[in-house]
Design a protein. Structure first.
Length: 257
């Protein structure tokens, strides 16, 4: 019986065979030159389209294009083209990681690509792309991906010259341009100038569904002559706790009664 620190003869032979196999594999597989990644673009895959942005609150399948996006070993097994074996890449849009990142390999293509999942949560604005290769080499592309505001507000005033003691009607349209639910909607009014309007208080509104539109009307009394800059401000929240806001403004002249 072998001692605890002594391997059986069969085990030693198996280890020797493994060493020979690894030596043969090493002869067939040579490490490729690890060129640093170079980034060209990042876009959100939507059918045949790939726009370089999404609306806030939306998830996306990202495609990152460039060169040096496939690193590893090239193994010639003697039965055709060399087989590439890749390491793991990591990528971020802004401070948000791109999850489930995998390389895309196209035969004969000059451009290499990575594909991954971006969860909602980025704020409205332009965001940089960063990629780190398995070798530790990194690259970045500033202002590469746009997160747009899905909250839209517009409207019209029935009479921008109401008489003092009269009233105007403000009709507004609130739209959700994106595919994520808009919640926590709050509408507020403000004014500046020498005139005066009797403005409504803050309005708490129901959530607005994807690609939805809501129209509202307000009758606003004119209390004092003079010019009034009327501002309407709306706030909302979308998936990922991303705050949104939009505003619209009208110039009103309250005339003599």
């Amino acid at each position: 019986m072998p001692r605890l620190n002594e391997a059986p003869v069969g085990t030693l032979r198996a280890k020797a065979a493994l060493v020979l196999s690894l030596a043969a594999a090493a002869a067939a597989c040579t490490e490729t030159a690890l060129a640093p990644p170079v980034l060209e673009e990042v876009c959100a895959l939507e059918g045949d389209d790939c726009p370089s942005g999404v609306f806030a609150g939306e998830e996306a399948i990202l495609v990152i294009r460039g060169s040096g996006l496939f690193q590893g070993f090239s193994c010639d097994l003697g039965d055709g083209d060399p087989l590439p074996l890749a390491g793991a890449f990591a990528a971020w849009v802004g401070e948000r990681p791109v999850e489930r990142l995998v390389p895309e390999v196209y035969a004969g293509a000059k451009t290499e690509a990575l594909r991954g999942y971006l969860a909602p949560g980025l704020r409205v604005g332009l965001h940089s792309l960063r990629v780190r290769a398995p070798s530790g080499q990194a690259a970045s592309l500033s202002d590469a991906f746009m997160v747009a505001n899905p909250l839209s507000l517009d409207g019209a005033v029935s009479d921008p010259y109401p008489p003092e003691g009269g009233a105007l009607v403000l009709s507004i349209s609130i739209r959700n341009l994106g595919r994520a639910l808009l919640g926590e909607l709050r509408l507020s009014f403000s004014e500046s100038g020498g005139g005066d309007l009797d403005l409504p208080g803050v309005q708490a509104l129901e959530p607005l569904s994807a690609l939805g539109t809501r129209t509202l009307s307000f009758e606003i009394p004119a209390r004092r002559q003079g010019r009034v800059d009327l501002t309407l401000f709306i706030q909302a929240e979308v998936a990922g706790a991303v705050p949104l806001e939009a505003e619209a403004q009208w110039r009103i002249q309250v005339t003599a009664p």
